[in-house]
Write a protein of this length. Structure first.
Length: 163
């Protein structure tokens, strides 16, 4: 039972994240921010790569093209995740039906698996557009981020000279 509760919480958190991403993506289709601005997939990721890795204008254009190409695949998955989250909400606030909740969570987990697979594929496409130096910078950035997260999870806060 504890395992089911944990999976339910993880799935709910993942769907909440997916819903936030879907909401930001639907806002992007109405008025797309320029590359490097806004939270949408293109703006957020390209802005990060530009700031941290110093990507070129050509790389920005290629990345934007990849993200735009993948939007028709990602948008329905994010919408489905958001809809499932809304359906689950009715059981949190109304009458609880374990069988229906379990069926919704099962659907939700399948959607999240598809989302993560697509996300990994897209990140790989973007990674391939980076130069070897930029790839090394990204690996260093991620290693430092993981170390900070590990320290945070252990209750330690990094001192100012570690950052």
């Amino acid at each position: 039972m504890k395992s089911f509760s944990f999976r339910l919480i993880v799935a709910a958190l993942a769907v909440t994240l997916g819903a936030a991403l879907a909401q930001s993506q639907s806002a992007d289709t109405q008025a797309a921010p320029p590359p490097g601005r806004g939270f949408g997939p293109a703006g957020h990721m390209i802005g990060f790569y530009s700031k941290v890795l110093g990507i070129t204008d050509d790389q920005k254009a290629e990345m934007k093209s990849v993200l735009q190409k993948e939007q028709p695949t990602m948008k329905p998955l994010m919408q489905q995740a958001r809809q499932l989250d809304q359906q689950l909400k009715q059981y949190e606030e109304g009458t609880f039906d374990q069988a229906k909740v379990q069926a919704l969570v099962s659907q939700q987990s399948q959607t999240l698996v598809q989302l993560k697979v697509e996300e990994a594929r897209i990140h790989n496409e973007l990674y391939q557009l980076l130069t070897p130096d930029q790839q090394a910078k990204l690996k260093d950035f991620e290693a430092n981020r993981q170390a900070r997260m590990q320290q945070h999870m252990q209750g330690n806060t990094p001192s100012s000279d570690e950052e």
